[in-house]
Design a protein around this ligand. Sequence first.
Ligand code: SF4
Ligand code: SF4
Length: 146
Amino acid sequence: MINKVLEQSRAVFCVDCGKCVAVCPMAEMYQDFSADISPRGIIQRALRQENILEDAGLWCCVGCNAGAQVCPEGVNCRELIKGLRNVAIQQNLNGKIQSCIRCGAMVTTLPVSDYIQKKLNREKIAYLNLCPACRQQVYMERNTLG
Ligand code: SF4
Ligand code: SF4
């Protein structure tokens, strides 16, 4: 399954140039950002068939697509990481997911959610615990019942 993800995201064509790392926002988001969780690091480790699926760094990407836009080889780091996450979920290795408290759908990942909450400087932000569909539903219920 990982090989299919590597092919579909074109990760197999990665030349390890590092251009995606230079634009990846994770470097500013996470104090413990390292080569291992950078897009280049994840790509290279996946290509080497290392045990990437259980790696906490797999859940840090925010899906911005910046890396794909600068990649000279057309590698899409967002699609690669999304695909690897899907494989991890299928294998029940999905401990870093934040699910909607209303319907159970995936909202985001815990590292990304932590970052947003810290950035907004609040203890708890209720809407962050809901998927987009439930967010809309709760918003409409609150504004039509009141
Ligand atoms: S920019 Fe493309 S080729 Fe360069 S390291 Fe990133 S994925 Fe690989
Ligand atoms: S899609 Fe993910 S890995 Fe790629 S540049 Fe954006 S945050 Fe970094």
